[in-house]
Design a protein around this ligand. Sequence first.
Ligand code: KG4
Ligand code: ZN
Length: 331
Amino acid sequence: MILGIETSCDDTCAAVVDAGGSIRSNVVASQGLLHSRYGGVVPEIASRRHLELVDVVVSDALERAEARLDDVRTVAVTRGPGLIGALLVGLSAAKAIAAARRLPLAPVDHLAGHVLASTLGPAPVEPPFLALVASGGHTFLARVEEPPAYEVLGQTLDDAAGEAFDKGARLLGLGYPGGAALDRLAQGGDDAAFDFPRSLPGEGLDFSFSGLKTALLYTVRDLGAQAAERRAPELAASYQRAIVDALLTRTRQALDREPQPARLAIGGGVAANSWLRAGVKRLADEVGAELWVPPFELCTDNAAMIAGVARFMEPIAYPGYLALDASARAA
Ligand code: KG4
Ligand code: ZN
């Protein structure tokens, strides 16, 4: 069994996954409420909270898996990218658990976790496949042939799609993180009420979302507070449609380049979005691609996806990992 630990941002996560990719447990202690009053994640507060929670979350993951530390063969942990202090708490906990038992340790790329989340569970996607990953910090299209490696085909040049959702939600007074709330508000609105830009920069497969956020800012300002509040569902729907359209357009272009029949998997927190989920389904039907849409708990940050990546890695034997450092930036 593989014990996974993930603390790259504001969720303290631990999971137990077996070598066949079955998820025995997947525990997430969310710090969302703690940070919501600040309108964003406060790194120092996140680190301290991880420190308080990590042991409890690991024990809980083992208990729910009906496993003991003796059953664990490898400890997998997110090495980066993410908040450096937050990452260090998870990495230190993982080193301590592994070193005490002379177990090997697998340092995992958080983004590989999102890319490969669909390789877990009873009906896993098999490589080669295309992955659309859209989260709070990252948005990219990747091609997977030999996991855990993946080739980035295009990525956002500025804001991530989740960031666009969160900033839009804040402009509409929905709190932080607001992606899910904006999704709910959009359900009752006309998505053609406002014409927001679908920015598709360059000839390749890159994304850009910063102009969209500015367009919403100006629209809300021009409407004035009262009208903006009254028309909030239309604003949310039109804004969400613009983000989802941009994601789908690039995904379609990437699928067209794939050997047919193509396979598509999605991941990252924004993959929880209802219109994106419906949109990729329609797109896959239209182009004749096979589609993997993970359950919500595998889209947002979790440790099962981190343990899952370790299945494809050669872990570092004890004591080779003791001096290993976390990395705030993508490898
Ligand atoms: O993958 P994730 O949990 O953390 C990162 O690695 O960033 O993604 C979090 C992001 C946030 O921006 C959040 O607003 C967004 O995912 N999100 C959503 C939805 N649920 C979460 N965005 C749009 N619609 C949703 N239903
Ligand atoms: Zn993430």
